[in-house]
Ligand binder design. Sequence first.
Ligand SMILES: Cc1ncc(COP(=O)(O)O)c(C=O)c1O
Length: 382
Amino acid sequence: MLPFIRSDLAQFTAYKPHPSSDTADAVTTQFDRLDTNESPYDLPPELKEKLAWTYQQVIETNRYPDGGHETLKEVIAEYVNESAALSSSSVTAANISVGNGSDELIRSLLIATCLGGEGSILVANPTFSMYGILAKTLGIPVVEVGRSEINFEIDLPAAQSAIAQTQNPPIRVVFVVHPNSPTANCLTASELDWLRSLSAEILVVIDEAYFEFSQTTLVEELLQRPNWIILRTFSKAFRLAALRVGYCVAHPEAIAILEKVRLPYNLPSFSIAAALVALQNRQLLLASISQTLTEREKLIQALSQYPALQVTASAANFIYLRVAPNSSIPQNTALQNLHQKLRQSGTLVRLLPQGLRITIGTHEENARTLNRLQAAVTNLPF
Ligand SMILES: Cc1ncc(COP(=O)(O)O)c(C=O)c1O
């Protein structure tokens, strides 16, 4: 360990970026990449041409990008209102901050709330791993509670007692995902009531990365709640994962703080242009969602035929697959085998301690993956 590096970083495990590789084996197959919840559809060629034109004719690469994001924020505010069926003056540019992916906004939120020993965060596992990972890089303590194994609801008594008992530093931020990754369920009525009951000294971050698939949002309620923040991203339904654009919706005072914390030129000019083009063409881009939802239901239907597998309902563009308890082989071994067999036969999926998360791909990718899963289930000892 280098002597000048913080000692807590020695034990730290970084996020494993895509494409995942567990072994030193050469990648011999063209994988179906169903492990990172991206859209399987690239931008349509006409939009790429538009962007190429903007790059050639408008963007001056020798100049810094627009550091204020005013136009982008206005167009995002318009989309947010539309997406929640609100009047055009409900959410304005003053309610929006834009990040280099929502990952950047998560880090800014942590800096603004918990850094310097001021707070801990609460997460309910399994959930999106970056909240905990980013907190640890900043030396922020992470308090973890579990979820119901049946409907994946947060263990609310455990969460409540964690808040009551955690001191030095107290819990300042609760992160929830709506719908959750990897379990694909939306917040339940009890979870929502619990979030509403939290003290105004606790920031509630509601991550709606998969909103376009769930069509369920808390934007309207957020307008009445200054301690709530909603995160969204262009990396999923808007097909811009490569260009790293995320945004958040919050009370103007919270936005002003986030704007203080962010780097002045956090978004490249090309990414700003791409997000604008995506929003201007949202009808075209979001039209593919119905296909994804149809494919998702077909996959769930097909997988529920296998007694060895447990598949649950999904409100997102991925499904969560577990293996049924079985006396001959431990569940995590069965999952690792399944993950490995899928990988060897050409599909990458996300392996989690208690399940597999499988992104809904194109019709062809899903059909191939289903065949591979069928072969794996038939050949594995369950
Ligand atoms: C719940 C959730 N939030 C945020 C992100 C990150 O999004 P971005 O690409 O905007 O950083 C992801 C990506 O998988 C996610 O699943």
